[in-house]
Design a protein. Structure first.
Lengths: 260, 642
């Protein structure tokens, strides 16, 4: 088994009010079969053995689907491999002697909690604003009573594959959450079940996205390049079209529901 | 204490309907007076919290992740079973019930399993209405596949990400209720104890994982949907954070723990590649439809490039031993045979800790027969995932696989209403023991989680609440304060040991011990040895642990330490249950109880019961209670796959 040695420059920040800074660590004898997070585990065990505080980072499933992990590795969210989350990035992508810069997602709407851990609750609030189909438990009719063209269903699935990791925001020079929001909107509006609430949904989710302080999309497409699930920016164009349409045709004669 | 299942009587197909009618209802105007706590936001917890919120109860939901969308249900790949019979291939509610009881090796309660099969059809309707993008045919109707050796195509799926799509459906329903104000969500919050006042569950004590604040939440009813305990093995297909703490704390407060020895080991996982290994990744079971499992016939070939091993020197051992099922034998058999081959020194792949632990899953013949393109269409995403992790392409090299801990059928004992032995404490999903008996069928975990969450708990919890007065216990109740103080004391004790070893190093050592002695194959000798070693190791843990950092901040080492402490106690119960169950059934295989051909041998005369363990105060001396199982509709028979 081949092993490599690396020099890590890791962002350490004890809490939201600490300015934070890079600290250097040596990662020695790392197996090229280890994942990037396993490499950090090894470094953390060594730190613990010396009585130093381990590097805090978010992770859970370690199989690329929960969306909990994510750090900027050498300037790229989730690191150098395309369509790969940090937990699925393996050390064979690095060479002996490499220097590796490791930082948290950087966006005003994702405040740092500690080291590489950030607060992504803004994403939950965007979903809560309208990212659902209102289907009361137990009321639906038989599933096959709504035939859905396979193409529409497949396209909806492509959008629904988003894992909510936030790499799109971290990659965007404007820290825009357009790809995240657009993907959920597309998932739901491409399906007939999502049609009745479609206009209301796009208005509510877009305004929540803005209220959270995310920047605007200016078509850099960095989000798509960083997305571990390869979600297309075409969905952003669709969101913009749908939003415009909804603003023009909005039923202003109806009382507007106030949000907290 | 007598364990009462509280099953309805009468014809099995009418029991749930009858029970639903017999249950009491809470007036809609009164529902908002009740406080409900749901711990865990996977399929069972997320669905239950959303459904109870919709009904108008005040719900507080808790999860340790930063968002309810990340619960480990998300990682389920294969699919979800439902007795829709859309394929007109002879499926029915009764057949799904029959298959589940038989697959569970006759160690589940018939009434519960029948209800599960019944509501399975509602789950699909519900999920489609929510916008879950299941696979469809060109007609626009839902597609199905056959899964895990089932003879009918009853599995609904969304590519290899069915769990993700179902969980997002439940998560979105939950967020809708959060927006509506019926559910208050507490992410990054860990339940560290259960509050029981006068024998009734009245709330929980949590630690805010960001600020470290320990706090009590009182309620009229508590639901645990906190998943399984597969991470007791350290290496498993579970997420890193999955833990037994919520269940174990409830157990210590009086909830019986049932059948902990029923653990499921999944045969097709990527093998361990070194001492740094932090988790194991499952490769979908569907790969066995076209892949052929083999090891070299001669030990000296085990280190060779597999391409250099001629056909005549390969042992396709599953096809040899089980000519009719071949590579598609059930999970437990495929797992045990892989272990046997490696134990005999025929394993392949790199040497880790002195042994090669892996067998080949070879697609060479499938590629020759179907072509590269067809194989890529079927398994492309799995092959890519394998290559990302191992650096080898399954198109040119046979995959290497080895079994890993995947699911736990055991869990907190519950009655037909999914209520534990503590009144007011309900348990759903993988955290309870109820529906899978000694072995779970493929694509049935998602079904059970959503059945409990959407279609069982919202009724049975309402029935319970209809019989209790809201707000019986206040936050300043002396018992509430006492439990909070106990949790605080435990946290500071973990922080102050001042030893030399990390929680992970203890967890790894414990996991290795349990894997060796209480994994795929168990013996009285090995289990007795484990039962002697676990308390010794636990003692070391409590004297040589080092937790860096403080309690009033985000401290991942502290979180791990608390979880490992509980795994130590659960591990002992797991081994004791395995030692006490002197038979082989489902996922529990005792070498002493096998047929001459080495297959599992059940002992229905002595062990046709649920073993429910009661905490006694001493982790080494739990009290055993039994719930006898009877089979009126599916006659117990021996499984045969030859």
């Amino acid at each position: 088994m081949s092993t490599i040695n690396l020099t890590l420059h890791v962002w350490r920040q004890s809490g939201p009010n600490d300015p934070g800074g890079f600290k250097d660590y040596q990662a020695k004898g790392i197996s090229t079969h280890a994942s990037f997070l396993e490499m950090l585990d090894v470094v953390n065990e060594e730190l613990a053995a010396r009585g130093e505080e381990p590097i805090a980072f978010d992770h859970d499933c370690r199989e690329g689907i929960c969306g909990m992990c994510g750090m900027v590795v050498n300037g790229r969210p989730h690191g150098p491999q395309v369509e790969t989350t940090t937990c699925q990035l393996h050390m064979r992508q690095f060479k002996d002697g490499d220097e590796v810069w490791i930082e948290p997602w950087r966006a005003r709407s994702f405040p740092v909690i500690k080291d590489l851990v950030v607060d992504r609750s803004a994403f939950d609030r965007i979903i809560a604003a309208g990212g659902y189909i209102s289907a009361r438990t137990g009321s639906p009719r038989d599933a096959n009573e709504i035939p859905i063209p396979k193409e529409a269903s497949d396209l909806a699935f492509e959008a629904a594959a988003c894992i909510g990791c936030g790499a799109c925001v971290a990659a965007c020079p404007n820290a825009s959450a357009a790809l995240f929001t657009a993907a959920k909107l597309a998932h739901l509006s491409l399906l007939p079940q999502g049609e009745p609430e479609q206009q209301d949904r796009v208005r509510k989710m877009v305004s929540q996205m803005d209220a959270e302080g995310f920047g605007h999309c200016t078509n850099h497409f960095e989000c798509m390049a960083a997305c571990p699930k390869g979600i297309s920016v075409d969905y952003i164009a669709k969101m913009n079209r749908d939003f415009l349409k909804a603003m023009i045709t909005a039923r202003t004669d109806l009382p507007k529901r106030e949000k907290q | 204490m007598e364990l009462r299942s509280n099953e309805p009587t009468g014809p099995i197909e009418a029991r749930w309907d009858k029970h639903r009618f017999d249950m009491k209802l809470v007036n809609p105007a009164n529902r908002r007076k009740y406080q409900v706590i749901v711990v865990g936001t996977g399929l069972a917890g997320g669905a239950a919290a959303a459904a109870l919120g919709e009904q108008g109860y005040h719900v507080k939901a808790f999860c340790y992740q930063d968002s309810p969308r990340r619960a480990h249900s998300i990682a389920a790949q294969g699919g979800i079973n439902a007795a829709k019979n859309y394929q007109n291939d002879g499926d029915s509610v009764f057949r799904l019930f029959y298959d589940t009881v038989k697959g569970g090796d006759f160690r589940a309660r018939e009434s519960n399993v029948y209800r599960l099969a019944q509501v399975s059809v509602n789950i699909i309707d519900q999920c489609v209405a929510q916008g879950v993008p299941f696979a469809r045919e060109y007609s626009g109707l839902l597609a199905n596949r056959s899964f895990g050796g089932a003879q009918v195509s009853r599995t609904f799926y969304a590519r290899g990400q069915t769990g993700q799509q179902l969980l997002l459906g439940a998560y979105q329903a939950l967020e809708r209720q959060i927006d509506a104000g019926t559910v208050k969500m507490f992410p990054r919050t860990e339940m560290l104890d259960l509050i029981v006042v006068d024998g009734v569950a009245r709330g929980i004590v949590t630690r805010d994982m960001v600020t470290g604040k320990v706090q009590a939440h009182v309620a009229d009813v508590v639901l645990l949907a906190t998943g399984g305990y597969g991470n007791v093995f350290f290496l498993s297909t579970n997420a890193k954070g999955c833990n037994v703490t919520a269940s174990w704390r409830a157990h210590r407060r009086g909830a019986f723990f049932a059948n902990p020895c029923y653990t499921q080991i999944h045969p097709t996982c990527i093998p361990v590649s070194g001492a740094f290994q932090s988790k194991l990744t499952l490769m979908s079971e569907s790969l066995r439809n076209d892949g052929r499992v083999w090891v070299p016939k001669r030990q000296e070939d085990c280190g060779k490039d597999p391409a250099q091993i001629p056909e005549s020197e390969r042992d396709y051992y599953l096809e040899r031993i089980y000519p009719s099922f071949g590579n598609l034998v059930p999970r437990d058999i495929a797992s045990r045979r892989a272990k046997n081959m490696c134990d005999q020194g025929m394993g392949v792949g790199p040497v880790v800790d002195g042994a090669r632990r892996g067998v080949y899953l070879d697609f060479r013949d499938a590629i020759q027969r179907l072509g590269h393109k067809a194989v890529s269409e079927r398994y492309g995403n799995l092959f890519d995932m394998y290559e990302r992790i191992t650096g080898e392409s399954p198109y040119t090299h046979p995959m290497r696989i080895y079994p890993a801990s995947h699911y736990t059928m055991g869990g907190l004992w519950v009655d037909y209403n999914l209520m534990s032995t503590i009144p007011g404490l309900f348990v759903g999903g993988e955290a309870n023991f109820s529906d899978h008996g000694a072995n779970r069928l493929g694509a049935s975990a998602l079904m059970q989680g959503l059945a409990d969450g959407y279609f069982v708990l919202p009724y049975t919890v309402g029935n319970y609440l209809a019989q209790v007065k809201p707000g019986a216990v206040a936050e300043d109740h002396p018992e509430v304060k006492r439990v909070v103080a106990e949790v605080e004391e435990r946290v500071s004790r973990l922080l102050s040991i001042g030893g030399t070893r990390s929680p992970d190093s203890f967890h790894r050592e414990l996991g290795q011990l349990i894997w060796d002695k209480c994994g795929m194959s168990r013996t009285a000798e090995g289990l007795t040895e484990a039962l002697q070693k676990i308390p010794e190791l636990r003692e070391q843990f409590w004297s040589d642990l080092r937790v860096t950092g403080g309690g009033e901040e985000l401290n991942q080492t502290l979180e791990k330490a608390g979880r490992v402490a509980d795994f130590f106690e659960l591990a002992e119960l797991l081994c004791r249950d395995a030692l006490t169950r002197e038979e082989s059934c489902g996922g529990h295989f005792r070498e002493e109880f096998a047929t001459e051909e080495g297959e599992a041998k059940r002992d229905d005369e002595h062990f046709q019961h649920v073993a429910a363990w009661q905490w006694s105060g001493d982790p080494s001396k739990p009290n055993l209670h039994q719930e006898a199982l009877s089979f009126e509709y599916v006659k117990p028979s021996a499984r045969s796959y030859k």
